[in-house]
Design a protein around this ligand. Structure first.
Ligand SMILES: N[C@@H](CCC(=O)N[C@@H](CS)C(=O)NCC(=O)O)C(=O)O
Length: 220
């Protein structure tokens, strides 16, 4: 199978799909869309995703959007190197972790990083600090899970890691921006505050295929 992948620079949800494709070694054709040029709102792309959001895939006549749904599709289509576990217990755990990422981390990531990238930090300083505190609570949980295994659901990489990693990277990139010291807290020093999480990031970054997915402008 060769899928077409519609993705955009800086999009953590797109990064999930690129990571999954590399980890599963599924061949793909890259279709990079540009946010400022409004490529996502073109008639052609809206036919693929009426929400006008990235990522999306096209596999023959079939199209799909929503990053986690795409991971699930790819895993079912090519079962080798599974990302959703090998047993019902593993599958349940992986889905629980994904839902925790979506419900308890993503909204605070969006709020924290959104405030920084939009330049609204001076007015929304207190909101950014509140979001960061919620983020830190979630990172503490992940750090604990990673203290007992190499990856979130055990000793092999899964869709849970693929779901969390880009979201965490966007947080770290935003926390490293100039003039964010006052709101970034532990996010500037995850090696000190969340050492197992830091080691997990390095583990993922050393995987074959990872470098192909790493957005160049995020490489610090
Ligand atoms: N829940 C969706 C989120 C997709 C999403 O928010 N994509 C952003 C880029 S990271 C986007 O396309 N934003 C442009 C827009 O909403 O107009 C997923 O996981 O795929």
């Amino acid at each position: 199978m060769t899928v077409e992948v519609f993705w955009g620079l800086g999009s953590p949800y797109s990064w999930r799909v690129l990571l999954a494709l590399e980890l599963k070694r599924v061949p793909y054709q890259s279709r990079s869309l540009r946010f400022p040029e409004k490529d996502l709102k073109s008639t052609d792309f809206l036919a693929i995703n009426p929400r006008g959001q990235l990522p999306a895939i096209r596999d023959g006549a079939f199209t799909l959007y929503e990053s986690i749904a795409i991971l699930s599709y790819l895993d079912a289509k090519q079962p080798e190197r599974p990302l959703f576990g090998n047993s019902s217990a593993e599958r349940g755990l992986i889905w629980r972790l994904i839902m925790e990422c979506v419900y308890y981390l993503e909204p605070h990531m969006t709020s924290f990083a959104g405030t920084i990238f939009s330049g609204e930090l001076p007015e929304k300083r207190q909101e950014a600090i509140e979001s960061r505190k919620k983020v830190e609570q979630e990172l503490a949980r992940i750090n604990e899970a990673l203290s007992v295994g190499d990856y979130l659901s055990g000793n092999s990489i899964s869709a849970a890691d693929v779901a969390y990693y880009p979201v965490i990277q966007l947080l770290l990139v935003s926390a490293r921006r100039e003039n964010t010291e006052a709101v970034s807290g532990a996010l500037r020093h995850i090696d000190v505050h969340f050492p197992a999480l830091h080691a997990w990031c390095q583990r993922i970054e050393a995987l074959p295929g990872f470098a192909k997915t790493n957005p160049p402008h995020w490489q610090a």
